[in-house]
Design a protein around this ligand. Structure first.
Ligand code: SF4
Length: 363
């Protein structure tokens, strides 16, 4: 396999051989000035993931062997830094961004390379004379089960003799899922203690970028929850909890997921539930950790939409904002209310109009 191809797909087995043949080793990658470009590109892979959800593609057609080696080595370096930071959000976002990059490249690759990549991603494929890719339906189900669009339902697929036939574009998209799963399952890596001081500078850079990204994504902008921005349903549930009313499961679930999405810590959430009459820290703590994903190391549950809240009978005291057509989720309510008004005041009423705006228009 040529080095340009390895630089495109640095997760392939051949990358290991390429690096071995170059004489590079992990200690040099981390410490030697000769490998500074690989380290810088490794950090860029991660910051690209945080900023754009996609690792940028650097074409290597005319690149030297040295540049190709730096590109290949940047991949293990990025994985090392992600592992050392040890943040689940970062790991998932990085895995996705590497996989999106690969998808973008693979879609334009020839049949032979596509088959090789799929083989190494544990989803072997073949191609027919027209370039249509074929994959076992069991692999298809495994990789397509998270795709929401009806196009991906098996019933809408071209399937013969246990094989699903896919155009290159859809096939590459499936391989994106395969690579994302693989990277997530491989990380974190163990970093030997003696390397950690050398990694510290790059870990700090990534941690800063990570904190900025989290603040950007947080409905509160990283500033903590403000009660006046909460929707009436959540305020009602908080009040019930404060008064020691025993909340039904659906209400506890809605409250924990909402508070967790706003960035409240385990301690802050459990304090709220501690006023419940049947409070038992071991049970409540288990439930909170399960819902927030802390227990399983998995993904946190997302707060239910307004439609689910209504079905569960916990859409309490909806106000004018709740009546808006776009208001489908309690977090949307929070974001809307926390947007600053033109006059510098934070809160808004229905329809995006502040009370002042509404008066001006005679509403
Ligand atoms: S409409 Fe939505 S945000 Fe408003 S009270 Fe009901 S569930 Fe809460």
């Amino acid at each position: 396999m040529d080095s340009e191809l390895i630089a495109k797909f640095p997760f392939l087995e051949e990358a290991r051989q390429f690096v071995d043949d170059s004489g590079a080793d992990i200690a040099e990658l981390i410490t030697s000035p000769s490998y500074e470009p690989a380290r810088a590109r490794g950090v860029q892979r991660i910051t690209d993931a945080l900023a754009h959800s996609e690792v940028s593609y650097v074409p290597m057609v005319r690149a030297s062997e040295y540049d190709r080696l730096m590109e290949v080595l940047s991949y293990p370096y990025a994985r090392m830094i992600v592992s050392a930071v040890g943040d689940r959000f970062l790991t998932k976002r990085y895995a996705l961004a590497e996989a999106v990059r690969m998808n973008r490249i693979l879609v334009g690759e020839g049949r032979e390379n596509t088959i090789e990549v799929s083989e190494q991603l544990n989803a072997p494929s073949t191609a027919d004379a027209d370039g249509i890719m074929r994959i076992r339906f069991t692999d298809y189900l495994r990789l397509a089960n998270r795709m929401k669009s009806v196009d991906w339902k098996l019933i809408n697929s071209d399937i013969h003799s246990g094989l699903v036939y896919l155009p290159q574009e859809k096939f590459s998209r499936l391989m994106q899922n395969a690579l994302q799963d693989r990277i997530e399952s491989e990380l974190p890596l163990m970093t030997p203690d003696e390397f950690k001081p050398y990694l510290r500078g790059d870990i700090n850079k990534v941690e800063m970028a990570l904190a900025e990204t989290k603040a950007r994504f947080s409905p509160t902008g990283g500033e903590g929850m403000k009660i006046e921005f909460c929707p009436p349903c959540i305020n009602h549930l908080l009040e019930m909890s404060r008064q020691g009313v025993n909340l039904p499961h659906s209400a506890r679930f809605a409250l924990v997921t909402f508070l967790s999405a706003l960035g409240l810590s385990y301690d802050q959430i459990i304090t709220i539930f501690s006023e419940s009459p049947d409070f038992d820290e071991s049970i409540a703590g288990y439930q909170i950790k399960h819902i927030t994903g802390e227990l399983s190391g998995g993904e946190a549950y997302t707060p239910p939409e307004c439609a689910t809240m209504k079905t569960n009978g916990i859409c309490y005291n909806p106000d004018k904002i709740c009546e808006q057509e776009w208001m489908t989720h309690p977090l949307k309510y929070y974001r809307f209310k926390s947007k600053p008004r033109r006059d510098g005041q934070p809160s808004r009423d229905a329809g995006g109009k502040s009370p002042t705006d509404a008066r001006k228009k005679g509403a």
